[in-house]
Design a protein around this ligand. Structure first.
Ligand SMILES: Nc1nc2c(c(=O)[nH]1)N[C@H]1C(S)=C(S)[C@@H](COP(=O)(O)OP(=O)(O)OC[C@H]3O[C@@H](n4cnc5c(=O)[nH]c(N)nc54)[C@H](O)[C@@H]3O)O[C@H]1N2
Ligand SMILES: Nc1nc2c(c(=O)[nH]1)N[C@H]1C(S)=C(S)[C@@H](COP(=O)(O)OP(=O)(O)OC[C@H]3O[C@@H](n4cnc5c(=O)[nH]c(N)nc54)[C@H](O)[C@@H]3O)O[C@H]1N2
Ligand code: SF4
Ligand SMILES: [Mo]
Length: 720
């Protein structure tokens, strides 16, 4: 028998698709269906959304807290009680704070999973300025570009029917990033919106573009400078907006003058006519929006590229207009803006934030991951003593995985909260089990709405939500600013708008208000109400006040190809490799190469190949493709093998085993993940043997009741 459907919000990605969930009487299964009444997805549900039922009662899920009993990284744990686990963690925090101050405790979390604000609140209340995450290679170059230029960041106004959408380094229909479902874009295209795509790969959506600029990876800033120069040259600017609401447009005009069509085309590996056509379409449209993805964010020029796109939108008069790039009013709840509780952090603590020289990242509130890892290894500028990780598979997410591993081995204490025993969790002293999204209540906040995520299954085993863990730790440590329980917090957080959790559950979805052209009456939320092409704060920190292109330098014959990566449609970062229905769709990590690259190197589709960079190697299956530039190869991001219980699980096919943080964005610290140099080749006999051995080696399985059981995630073997 099945219960009535409960409306909720999917979080098998950043998503936000409305779903209908039904559970069986035994509390063992959940059925997921797209919610036709949800205004964002109108019933749409992707394979990852459907996989929520497999995730919810997955046999590998962690069900009890664990304490490590073997060396770090080996995977020997024993089960312990929650009370004991939380005592160990609180003792460690107390000790570290007493010995080395709160800054020595670093919190970490991955991409936003709707409890990010809780992690920040905990850190602020504890007094540590150090919360690290993938902010610098994910969303924050865009966020900070918007904030410094105009006091906020924008989203495309699909309601206002954009004439043109510029899709830049984003595979929106497959990745549905940042709470904007890709079908919004596809519906717009079906309704007549013209598409311009900037992507080195011809993705399925790029095939629907009027113009596809298939640029050389890592040259986004050059293209941005070239487009802006053309917009000035062709007079496609909104002169009234510029005169009345902006500063320093003339400086920008001068700054971009040298970026002629020919120079831009040459640097970016494009045809001048195509660039011209893109400018004509975008700049000539009555309304146009820009969707920017991670393509241009994981490189040295992440911040410059993001700024150039904000500027382009401003120059062409697309900010805050119908069908353009709009600034939403926040919903007024205790949410993204106020929930982190920055006022709880003692004055002056920010100056200790581990950001190195990447001060613009520091301003956003995030610490810089590589700087944290380096500090752990070198003790400079001070030593982080414990790392509290709420949902992040650090060993595959960050540049230079081997350095991450050394840091995980060295740091005094590691706590990991996760649903699964990931390779990163193998390094933890204490592992805490958390429920999946169908087992928890959460307030879901995106730019255009607030909605209720409802628990339909009870938490698996003894798992506890991140919010519960944080509340429990805060209580034990006597920290200020928390509610007695996360369920109490739901009402309290909605109280400022005069409503409560029950009301949100009943309504399910509250749309935020959108007011166009607020700058005309209120000005922009900057110090002087203006939109700044050259914000003065940049100079203050010693950064160039106008965006620049960083030339990667001369051709290196031993690494002739440009390496980039992208996310798979069937996974969410490193999640779901252990969900069979999804793994069947893409069993192996892939490197896409052109026919030319394949022919020159004897590579064939379906065969293993080696990507090599600076003496490091990683293994991927070849996909020969007509849709990628012939100077570029594109690898699957975030791969690991849950079926292997050995270090090969994260080393064999981890693209970040090859990347480094040597040439990162000055302002944001974004590592150059998309646009570094490499080569690809066939396997040597010993490499072939390494792959065979990795798949065959399975750790000894000791019975579940053995206290020294080697707990492992291995569930199925995919033969090489
Ligand atoms: N080379 C290269 N590197 C990249 C990228 C790339 O494109 N190329 N992409 C980058 C980007 S954009 C990002 S955002 C990062 C992603 O980095 P992360 O967000 O760190 O992603 P994951 O590796 O998936 O780690 C998330 C972990 O959280 C667990 N989890 C899921 N839900 C919950 C929950 O509710 N609570 C807790 N406690 N745990 C949970 C999952 O099981 C998983 O182990 O990777 C970055 N790294
Ligand atoms: N299915 C699925 N959905 C996801 C994720 C996932 O792993 N899988 N991850 C989530 C996360 S954390 C994020 S941040 C978003 C990411 O969402 P997107 O930004 O859409 O991510 P990708 O598809 O990795 O990259 C976008 C495009 O960038 C292109 N690209 C590569 N190098 C360059 C370059 O140098 N310049 C330009 N202009 N383009 C380049 C790639 O070919 C790709 O088509 O997706 C989220 N949603
Ligand atoms: S796109 Fe994201 S939110 Fe929508 S169903 Fe798929 S996984 Fe869920
Ligand atoms: Mo991300």
């Amino acid at each position: 028998m099945c219960e009535d459907a409960i409306r909720s919000i999917c979080r098998s990605c950043h998503g936000g698709c409305g779903v209908l969930l039904r559970r069986d009487d035994a509390d063992e299964r959940v059925w997921v269906q797209g919610d036709p009444s949800n205004p964002n997805n109108h019933g749409f549900l992707c394979a990852k959304g459907r996989a929520a039922s497999a995730l919810a009662r997955h046999p590998d899920r962690l069900t009890r807290p664990l304490r490590r009993i073997g060396p770090r990284g080996e995977g020997f744990f024993e089960e312990i009680e929650w009370d004991q686990a939380l005592s160990i963690v609180t003792e460690r925090i107390r000790d570290d704070v007493a010995t080395a101050g709160p800054r020595s405790v670093v919190l970490a979390q991955g991409t936003d999973r709707n409890y990010q604000e809780w992690v920040f609140r905990f850190a602020n209340s504890l007094g540590t300025p150090n919360v690290m995450g993938p902010a610098d290679i994910c969303f924050y170059p865009r966020v900070m570009a918007g904030i410094l230029t105009m006091g906020g960041f924008t989203f495309v106004d699909y309601e206002g029917k954009p004439e043109v959408v510029l899709l830049w380094g984003s595979n929106k229909p497959m990745t549905n990033s940042d709470g904007v479902i890709g079908i919004r874009l596809l519906d717009a295209i079906a309704g007549g919106t013209q598409l311009v795509v900037v992507d080195p790969v011809e993705t399925s959506v790029a095939r629907r573009a009027r113009v596809h600029l298939q640029l050389r990876p890592g040259t986004d800033a050059a293209l941005g400078l070239g487009l802006i120069h053309q917009v000035f040259e062709l007079g496609l600017i909104d002169a009234d907006f510029i005169a009345n609401h902006t500063t320093d447009a003339e400086l920008l005009r001068e700054h971009t003058r040298g970026w002629t069509l020919d120079r831009t085309a040459d640097v970016c590996g494009l045809e001048a006519e195509d660039i011209f056509e893109a400018v004509r379409l975008y700049g000539g449209a009555a309304s146009a929006g820009i969707e920017m993805g991670t393509g241009a964010q994981q490189s040295r020029d992440s911040f410059s590229s993001a700024r150039l796109l904000v500027m382009l939108s401003g120059l062409c008069g697309n900010i805050d207009v119908p069908g353009g790039d709009v600034l939403w009013d926040p919903p007024g709840i205790v949410g993204r803006r106020t929930m982190p509780g920055s006022q709880l952090l003692p004055g002056g603590a920010e100056k200790d934030r581990l950001v190195g020289s990447h001060q613009i990242l520091g301003m956003s509130g995030w610490a810089h991951s590589s700087t944290v890892f380096e500090a752990i290894l070198s003790g400079k500028p001070y030593t982080p003593r414990s790392l509290l990780v709420f949902g992040s598979n650090l060993l595959v997410s960050y540049a230079n995985s081997m350095q991450v591993e050394r840091a995980l081995r060295k740091v005094g204490f590691v706590m990991v909260a996760d649903m699964f025993l990931t390779p990163t969790a193998y390094y933890a002293d204490v592992v805490l089990p958390v429920p999946s999204w169908v087992e928890r209540d959460q307030i879901v906040e995106h730019a255009n709405y607030v909605a209720a995520r409802n628990a339909v299954l009870s938490p698996m085993g003894e798992s506890r939500s991140d919010e519960e863990i944080i509340t429990e730790l805060a209580m034990r440590l006597g920290l200020k600013g928390f509610w007695e329980s996360p369920s109490q917090s739901l009402d309290a957080r909605l109280a400022p708008v005069g409503r409560n959790w029950m009301r949100l559950q009943r309504d399910q979805y509250w749309a935020n208000s959108l007011r166009y052209c607020k700058y005309e009456t209120e000005g922009f939320p900057t110090h002087d109400g203006r939109f700044h092409f050259a914000p003065s704060i940049l100079k203050k920190w010693g950064f160039p006040s106008l965006p620049e292109f960083s030339d990667p330098g001369s051709f290196n014959p031993s690494a002739p190809l440009i390496l980039t990566s992208r996310h798979s449609p069937f996974y969410f970062n490193s999640e779901f490799r252990n969900v069979e229905a999804l793994r069947d769709k893409q069993p192996y990590p892939i490197v896409e190469v052109s026919r030319q690259v394949a022919a020159d190197r004897g590579l064939a589709s379906g065969e293993w190949a080696v990507i090599e960079r600076n003496g490091e190697v990683a293994f991927f299956k070849v996909r020969v493709s007509d849709r990628i530039r012939s100077d570029t190869v594109c690898a699957s991001a975030s791969w690991w093998y849950p079926e292997m219980g050995t270090p090969e699980s994260w080393q064999l096919s981890n693209i970040n085993a090859l990347t480094d943080d040597c040439w990162s964005s000055p302002e944001m610290g974004s590592a150059n993940l998309r646009g570094c140099r490499c080569d690809v080749r066939t396997l040597t006999p010993s490499e072939r043997e390494r792959i065979r051995a990795a798949f065959e080696a399975t750790p000894p399985n000791v019975g579940d009741d053995d206290r020294r059981a080697r707990i492992r995630t291995r569930r199925r073997v995919v033969p090489p």
